[in-house]
Design a protein around this ligand. Structure first.
Ligand SMILES: [Fe+2]
Ligand SMILES: [Fe+2]
Length: 188
């Protein structure tokens, strides 16, 4: 599918707000891809599709995970907000023809992160949190840092995510902690 075809189909699968967020992530991700030398076309597809499974109900998500053999660890099974990443990686391939391991990886890990992630996965993770529609305390600093030092920006964003999850009393996925530790050590 071309980018335009993906956009058309995605528009029908998401709410207007989620669709606009996806376009925002694509714009930010493409800028970051240009800045850091990632594959712009692939990054655009991954960004556009990162939330393609976001609008399913919890029961639909669990059914689709079963259907496509998406394994869920105990934390993800309890935290519905995380499932759309793992499922989205499969849906991007099955429904939108995004048959590429790098795109799969970027979508799969966009909610929980992963230590030593590929440049593209890092860009999608970061762009998701700083696209123009996002507004929360500290976002400006992460936006500025993203174009200067991507790893430092990543840590800032993970910190912000962890604080927000704690604020809501939610479970923190161990991948997110491992990712934060990995990049903190890398910067030392
Ligand atoms: Fe997401
Ligand atoms: Fe998102």
């Amino acid at each position: 599918m071309t980018i335009d075809e993906i956009r058309e189909k995605l528009k029908l699968a998401l709410t207007e707000k989620r669709y606009n967020h996806s376009i925002g992530v694509m714009q930010t991700a493409v800028s970051l891809a240009r800045q850091y030398g990632a594959d712009v076309e692939k990054t655009a597809v991954a960004a556009l599709l990162h939330d393609c499974a976001k609008n399913y109900s919890k029961s639909e998500m669990l059914e689709l995970c079963e259907k496509y053999n998406v394994e869920l660890d105990p934390i993800s099974r309890e935290s519905t907000g995380l499932i759309h990443g793992f499922l989205g990686a499969v849906i991007a391939n099955e429904y939108y023809g995004a048959d590429d391991p790098e795109i799969y990886d970027a979508i799969y890990f966009h909610t929980i992160g992963k230590p030593d992630m590929s440049l593209m996965t890092k860009i999608i993770y970061l762009a998701d949190g700083i696209e123009p529609n996002r507004s929360y305390e500290g976002v400006e600093r992460i936006r500025e840092t993203a174009f200067e030092d991507i790893d430092r920006a990543l840590i800032l964003q993970i910190d912000s995510t962890i604080k927000s999850v704690i604020g809501k009393g939610g479970l923190i996925h161990t991948n997110t902690i491992d990712t934060r530790n990995f990049y903190l050590r890398k910067l030392r």
